[in-house]
Ligand binder design. Structure first.
Ligand SMILES: [Zn+2]
Length: 409
């Protein structure tokens, strides 16, 4: 569980009537008390009615207590996750850097405010953006605000299964999305999701015909269309109805019901995963178009420092090496290695194993038939003397000039 999961669990509790204390209390007042009152007024024995009411009050008290217990549990989890997300010795670390104190120079504090404002704006938390603007005299530009609102709106629409705004966006930016070297597969995946959500086979095929044929060369469109002919989930559900109607016994009905339930559950899970994936894909393309960083830089920094363990590593080194570590502020790079997850490794570079030069746009990496990779200049050098193919410098395989593939890092 991480902080956001703990928070969602807490939010889920607040929206569920079974765990909120107001649910059972309202039931007690609205139903049980009124019921008792009208029964007494109607002439029933008050002793019986009151005893019953007492029982109901007791049950309600238990329900409220149960709800509260869940609340305290969830609240405790949030606290625990917050503590876990930050190194336990944060105090000692910041003390070690207290001369001069962090973010005390005007430039540093302005930069910090700027990063926070950027992060709030990117998430579309406008109340906080306005408060921040008032307090810092910095401002989040109108154009960025519009873009961020558009991003939030489309992401929220995808979340609630409405793919139309995202499709519209793809249509407007189709030229950008289809341009090399990295044509985007986002529009295809959006259409694929719409296609799968259409229950009627004929309609689905019609949709694919008018929207997806352009993706045939690069995506498995035909496979997708034919697969819907084999999807028997519709026929299963209709046959169960028949099954139940024929009255072929309780057991058969239950078993089929269970299968359908499982099927539906699996489908629902798959749909949620796909929507999640689409949100990420959309955000990535949107940021690429507007040349925004793919992720919120404040979030990345905080995560690497806290859970990524960087601060812990620095603190450990400081304790072991003391003065020898030098002034942290003067480091140009970390004096120790911090292992990062693959998603946090940026600026991958390729160094040609032949020329030992770093690959560039004009000297890109090329992959040979055998899978070995060298820089284009090295490849061309090996081609000299009128040869049409190159012998790999690392294995006996030959690669002809035309099949060497350019790689993108
Ligand atoms: Zn090779």
């Amino acid at each position: 569980m991480d902080i956001s999961q703990a928070l969602s669990a807490l939010e889920a509790l607040s929206s569920s009537t079974s765990t909120s204390s107001s649910g059972p209390l309202n039931a007690l007042i609205d139903i049980h008390f009124n019921n008792a009152k009208s029964r007494i007024l109607a002439g029933e024995d008050p002793k019986v009615v009151i005893t019953e009411l007492q029982k109901n009050v007791k049950t309600c008290k238990k329900d409220v207590e149960k709800g509260l217990k869940a609340w305290y549990g969830a609240l405790g989890n949030v606290g625990k996750e917050v503590d876990r997300a930050f190194p336990p010795n944060l105090g000692a670390i910041s003390e070690a850097l207290s001369d001069p104190p962090l973010f005390s120079s005007p430039e540093a504090s302005q930069a910090l405010d700027g990063v926070i404002l950027e992060s709030l704006g990117r998430r579309g938390i406008w109340e906080a953006v306005e408060a921040m603007e008032e307090e810092t005299s910095q401002s989040y530009s109108r154009s960025k605000r519009d873009l961020s609102s558009e991003l939030q709106y489309i992401i929220e629409s995808i979340k609630s299964s409405n793919l139309q705004p995202a499709l519209q966006w793809c249509e407007t930016n189709s030229r950008f999305l289809s341009s090399p070297p990295h044509p985007s597969s986002l529009p295809y995946h959006l259409h694929e999701t719409v296609f799968k959500s259409i229950n009627n086979q004929q309609d689905a095929i019609k949709y694919a015909r008018s929207n997806m044929m352009g993706y045939v060369p690069s995506q498995p469109v035909l496979k997708l269309i034919t697969s819907c002919l084999y999807d028997s989930s519709n026929s299963i559900s209709s046959s169960t109805n028949g099954f139940g109607m024929n009255g072929s016994g309780m057991k058969g009905k239950l078993m089929n019901g269970k299968i359908i339930e499982d099927l539906n559950e699996a489908k629902e899970r798959e749909k949620l995963e796909k929507l999640n994936e689409l949100q990420k894909m959309f955000q990535s393309e949107f940021c690429r178009l507007h040349q925004w960083s793919k992720e919120d830089s404040l979030e990345v920094t905080v995560e690497l420092g806290s859970r990524g363990g960087t601060l812990d590593k620095i603190e450990k080194a400081r304790r072991v090496m003391g003065e020898h570590l030098g002034n942290v502020r003067k480091w140009e790079e970390l004096p120790m290695e911090v292992p990062l997850p693959p998603s946090r490794r940026y600026h991958s570079v390729f160094v040609c194993p032949v020329s030992k030069e770093q690959a560039t746009e004009s000297n890109p990496p090329k992959m040979l038939t055998c899978g070995h990779v060298i820089a284009e200049e090295s490849f061309n050098r090996l081609l000299k003397g009128g040869r049409r193919s190159v012998k790999c410098p690392y294995c006996p395989m030959e690669t002809s000039q035309s099949v060497a593939q350019r790689l993108y890092f």
